[in-house]
Design a binder for this molecule. Structure first.
Ligand code: NDP
Ligand code: MG
Length: 339
């Protein structure tokens, strides 16, 4: 496995290119601002008419153009809009406008790996996929650090795709933490699996089930929230810093003993068997085709699930308790009015 750092990248390769970042959401704002702060002069943000993001990008003095104009102008166009809209964006605005030998770049492999986009043969296709939320890509860069990133080349029409991708990753801060060489397939399948089984799906379901168990047993919501939600971060910080062993060093012996005897009763072989099913749904393309049909229908069940989840009592009690800890908001990564 190849890991690159800033010393391996030639950032001048990206500085001499015109870069268009399509979308100014979680990843978009971080890429555009980090590129500019790394000395890349020709950066524009591409947004569709009427987008609420236009004013956010303009407030940072970034130039905003339409996706078609951006595609005509750019040497490298980085697609940072939601995956479900990539195919229409490419077909309607990019395919006939991007110059011969231009680079089409992504932060996630889904639309290329699952062939939602069939790109022109003359283009370079690369991916720089930060292994962290966009707001963290920005905040880490600003404090002189970075989040790890994955780099992959799907199509190398010019012979420069790898070096330009590496320069791009370095310019947005990846070279400080490590840029790992991979493929679109590996990034895409592991990313979907990780977010479904652990980072998003697994973790939120685990938290919610534990919270409900305490509430149903008659304990106070405040107790359940602190124990099953708030403390997750404190434990994860210890794992992040020094691995699982480091976390176990810090907790009490009682907590550690409970970890060994009860953890495997909660996450048992049945969970692993279902994780394998989930991985199979991802690898076979079943998950992506189900998600794309949901999108084609206007996302009715996605929106209903989002609404129901937001109405869970855990959100209400959390809001009340967090209000008593003002430092959390002061250090917030997300400011919806700006990014
Ligand atoms: P967001 O949902 O945050 O992107 C929203 C932005 O895209 C808004 O500015 C929105 O403007 C704009 N947008 C949406 N549709 C279009 C369009 N058709 N034309 C122009 N602009 C459009 O996306 P994310 O940052 O979450 O994801 C972007 C990419 O990065 C995805 O491929 C994702 O898989 C990948 N990724 C995301 C991570 C993350 O941290 N979120 C982590 C790693 C990879 P408006 O709708 O107002 O027009
Ligand atoms: Mg992910």
């Amino acid at each position: 496995m190849q890991v690159y750092y800033d010393r391996d990248a030639d950032v001048s390769l990206i500085k001499k290119n015109k870069i268009a970042v399509v979308g100014y959401g979680s990843q978009g704002h971080a890429h555009a601002l980090n590129l500019r702060d790394s000395g890349v002069k020709d950066v524009v943000v591409a947004l569709r008419q009427g987008s609420a993001s236009i004013n956010k990008a303009k407030a940072e003095k970034l130039k905003v153009v339409s996706p078609a104009e951006a595609a005509k102008w750019a040497d490298v166009i980085m697609i940072l809009t939601p995956d479900e809209g990539h195919a229409a964006l490419y077909n309607d605005h990019i395919r006939d406008n991007l110059k011969k030998g231009g680079a089409l770049a992504f932060a996630h492999g889904l639309s290329i790996h699952f062939r939602l986009i069939e790109p022109r043969d003359d283009l370079d296709i690369f991916m720089v996929a930060p292994k962290g939320p966009g707001h963290t890509v920005r905040s880490e860069y600003q404090r002189g650090a970075g989040v790890p990133m994955l780099l992959a080349v799907q199509q190398d029409a010019t012979g420069n795709a790898h070096d330009i991708g590496l320069a791009y990753a370095s310019a947005i801060g990846g070279g400080r933490a490590g840029i790992i060489g991979t493929t679109f397939r590996e990034e895409c399948e592991t990313d979907l699996f990780g977010e479904q089984s652990v980072l998003c799906g697994g973790l939120t379901s685990l938290i919610q089930s534990a919270y409900e168990t305490l509430i149903e047993a008659g304990y106070a919501p405040e107790m359940a929230y602190f124990e099953c939600v708030h403390e997750v971060k404190l434990i994860v910080d210890l794992i992040y810093e020094g691995g699982i062993a480091n976390m176990r060093y810090s907790i009490s012996n009682t907590a550690e003993y409970g970890d060994y005897v009860s953890g495997p009763r909660i996450i048992d072989e049945g969970v692993k068997a279902r994780m394998k099913e989930i991985l199979d749904d991802i690898q076979s393309g079943r998950f992506v085709s189900q998600w794309m049909s949901e999108c084609a229908a206007g996302q009715p069940s996605f929106k209903a699930m989002r609404r129901r989840a937001a109405e869970h009592p855990i959100e209400e009690v959390g809001e009340k308790l967090r209000a008593m800890m003002p430092w959390i908001a002061e250090e917030a990564l997300v400011d919806k009015s700006k990014n």
